[in-house]
Write a protein that binds this ligand. Structure first.
Ligand code: CO
Length: 147
């Protein structure tokens, strides 16, 4: 495993749409391992592939020792709403209040290409929404609640 450099706001890669993953090989596994290590080292709770400079629909989320790897995630259902503070490893030193759904249902694949459906609520749902937005070139402050 290896630490990867985290791309900072202002780099155009953060504003591009990521491509679906179609090859589930060792390189993808290595990317996921590196992203997890990089996220933990940076004390974050999520990281998306564009944040390490790769336009692939891949994200990792870890909250309270629950770790998830998402390949090609799609939010297929959402309900409720929550407003809370978010920050981003690509936007250091900033935090804004963002409204997110309280509960989401996600269809995704794992590093081997197996399909899963998961339900998430509360903070993990927020973290997932934040990371999946990265895959469409959206940064959390685009959605900041106006004060
Ligand atoms: Co972020």
């Amino acid at each position: 495993m290896a630490l990867r450099d985290i791309v900072k706001d202002g780099n155009p890669v953060l504003r591009k749409k990521s491509r679906e993953v179609t090859v589930f090989d060792d390189k993808l596994g290595k990317l996921l391992d590196d992203m997890h290590e990089t996220m933990v080292a940076a004390d974050g709770c999520g990281l998306a592939a564009p944040q390490v400079g790769l336009l692939k629909r891949v994200a990792v989320v870890e909250v309270d020792d629950e770790y998830f790897e998402f390949v090609n995630p799609v939010i297929v259902a959402k309900s409720g709403s929550q407003v809370g503070p978010e920050g981003c490893l690509s936007v250091p030193g900033r935090s804004e209040e963002v409204e997110r759904p309280e509960k989401i249902t996600v269809e995704f694949q794992d590093r081997k290409g197996n399909y899963f459906k998961g339900r998430f609520e509360g903070f993990i749902a927020r973290a997932c929404c934040h990371e999946f937005d990265h895959l469409d070139g959206i940064l959390y402050y685009d959605k900041a609640v106006k004060k």
